[in-house]
Design a protein around this ligand. Structure first.
Ligand code: NAP
Ligand code: GDD
Length: 340
């Protein structure tokens, strides 16, 4: 029999890529989805097969990280070999507006899932979606597994709490529980409220005449941006090791938000000064100025290597958004050689 995985947050960017990769590796994949009045399964529609068809390997279950009884029931029913806890209120700016809900989904939800596993007696390997945001007000120019956390938002503080809880379950009960500390990772499936996708989607829609301008906040922050499917592959690798441990996953390259902006507008042959407007609503009460990860441990122990770099990432996201806006990227964007 193939291995069985449970993914919370399967409808999100990372959950959709991870589900794809696990199915390709022969896993039976179970996903926790929230009840919603409109469809929230757009990112996994291409993987979905009617459950009445024999041999279906992707199954979706209603539940919520805030409903511990559904978690316990699912663990006992599915008896997974691997659990990937990706569900969260994942927007940093929104976490200042909804601090309690953010902490509930991240700290209480993660604890509820760990406890459901512990109580059930099923011993799956467990992956926790930790974040470079946890480093917060950094004092060092690159961050690795030894860098202290100085969280700057309710989201980051909650992720630090969940990170600690995973270690408690690992130490106290011997659970194979792993914290991934993943730096920003993006893709055409990124929610349009995060800055990279907001920019590429905005540029494509301006090109298509669908929007007159793009409103943004702080352009001075620096982020280490990688390509999401490569990061979900790293999650899987962490659970295939002999011992549980914590790993940083990053490209080791950092860029200002304005560099991403310049790059995307330049590819489209547009002058960003004409279209980009400032809106203070997108500022955060406290900002994280610089993130740049050192993924040496993941390289050495997991054999993991980032391959998609900044320029390629901007282009592939912009191309996808052009197609979504009804444009042919080969016609409207600068060719690769001209923009290299
Ligand atoms: P995302 O696109 O925002 O997806 C979040 C997922 O969590 C969605 O499936 C969402 O469901 C689900 N969810 C939210 N609240 C829930 C709840 N109470 N119960 C059950 N499910 C809930 O996030 P992502 O970019 O894929 O990131 C995946 C995880 O990695 C998150 O925990 C995030 O904090 C963390 N992370 C992300 C990055 C990054 O750069 N992407 C970096 C480091 C860490 P709906 O679809 O119904 O909203
Ligand atoms: N979202 C957003 N919208 N961010 C903006 C905007 C805007 O209009 N204008 C400027 N920014 C700046 C933010 O202030 C921040 O400095 C930077 O762009 C990146 O913001 P996001 O794309 O929202 O990502 P994030 O770095 O705050 O958080 C993401 O990465 C974390 C890993 O470090 C999220 O995916 C988190 O869930 C993840 O943990």
């Amino acid at each position: 029999m193939g291995r069985v995985a449970l993914i919370t947050g399967i409808t999100g960017q990372d959950g959709s890529y991870l589900a794809e990769q696990l199915l390709a590796r022969g896993y039976d994949v179970h996903g926790l989805i929230r009840r919603s009045s409109s469809f929230n399964t757009g990112r996994i529609e291409h993987l979905y097969v009617d459950p009445h068809v024999e041999g279906v390997r992707l199954k979706l279950h209603y539940g919520d990280l805030l409903d511990s009884s559904s978690l316990r029931r699912l663990i006992e029913e599915i008896r997974p070999d691997e659990v990937y806890n990706l569900a969260a209120q994942s927007h940093v700016r929104v976490s200042f507006d909804m601090p309690e809900y953010t902490a509930d989904t991240i700290v209480v939800g993660t604890t509820a899932l760990l406890e459901a596993i512990h109580q059930s007696g099923v011993k799956p390997r467990f992956y926790q979606a930790g974040s470079s945001e946890m480093y917060g007000a950094v004092l060092e120019s690159t961050q690795d597994e030894t860098t202290p956390f100085r969280p700057q938002s309710p989201y980051a503080a909650a992720k630090v709490g969940a990170h600690a809880m995973v270690r408690v379950y690992r130490e106290a009960y011997g659970l194979f529980a792993v914290n991934g500390v993943l730096f920003n990772h993006e893709s055409p499936r990124r929610s349009p409220t995060f800055v990279t996708r907001k920019i590429t989607r905005g540029v494509a829609r301006i090109l298509a005449g669908l929007e007159p301008a793009l409103f943004l906040g702080n352009l001075d922050a620096q982020r280490d941006w990688g390509y999401a499917p490569e990061y979900t592959d790293a999650m899987w690798r962490m659970l295939q090791q002999d011992e549980p441990d914590d790993y940083v996953v990053a490209t080791g390259e950092t860029h200002h938000v304005y560099e991403f902006l310049h790059e995307a507008f330049a590819l489209a042959g547009l002058d960003h000064d004409e279209y980009v407007k400032f809106d203070a609503a997108y500022l955060r009460p406290a900002e994280v100025d610089l993130l740049c990860g050192d993924a040496s441990k993941a390289r050495e122990r997991l054999g993991w290597e980032p391959t998609t770099r900044f320029h390629e990432l901007v282009r592939l996201m912009l191309e996808a958004d052009c197609r979504e806006a009804g444009l042919d990227p080969d016609t409207v964007l600068r060719p690769v050689e001209a923009s290299a």
